[in-house]
Design a protein around this ligand. Structure first.
Ligand SMILES: [Zn+2]
Length: 148
């Protein structure tokens, strides 16, 4: 994904509309009360939509997508690619602005990171767990991503 691809996708797709429709689809599919799992699945679906609209794969395309999310005011992501795991530090996450909680809160972003990492890096099974969250007083949200 080059800059023009990402900008075109994010603008023409009307991100809010895509998000709303993703939520509607998952609501139809689910009959569970667990909002955490629900929002994670919405994030996965949105991530899949983003990744399939991208013309390029790979680490740079993944980072570029999140740069455009940053430019759109969603969040600021810092990626730390290790051999065993990927750490993503997320600052100013839209999902938790103004929210207070005892636990982690960013289930949508966890799903988004999971799906995008899986598809852009062409991995098999991917796990994403939020370890820190601004809602419980951490200065940023932090996600650990692992692949099997
Ligand atoms: Zn968070």
């Amino acid at each position: 994904m080059d800059e023009e691809d990402a900008a075109g996708m994010l603008q023409s797709a009307s991100m809010v509309g895509v998000l709303v429709n993703n939520i509607k689809k998952v609501v139809k599919d689910h009959r569970v009360d667990d909002v955490s799992i629900f929002m994670n699945d919405v994030g996965v679906l949105f991530g899949e939509n983003c990744a399939t609209k991208a013309n390029h794969k790979g680490r740079e395309a993944l980072i570029t997508l999140f740069k455009f999310l940053e430019a759109s005011g969603w969040l600021k992501a810092e990626w730390d690619f290790g051999d065993e795991q990927i750490i993503v530090r997320v600052y100013d996450c839209f999902e938790s602005r103004g929210v207070k909680s005892d636990g982690v809160n960013c289930d949508f972003v966890a799903g988004l990171l999971k799906a995008c990492t899986k598809l852009f890096l062409e991995l098999n099974t991917v796990y994403c767990q939020e370890m820190k969250c601004i809602t419980r007083g951490d200065d940023h949200c932090e996600f650990v991503i692992m692949s099997k």
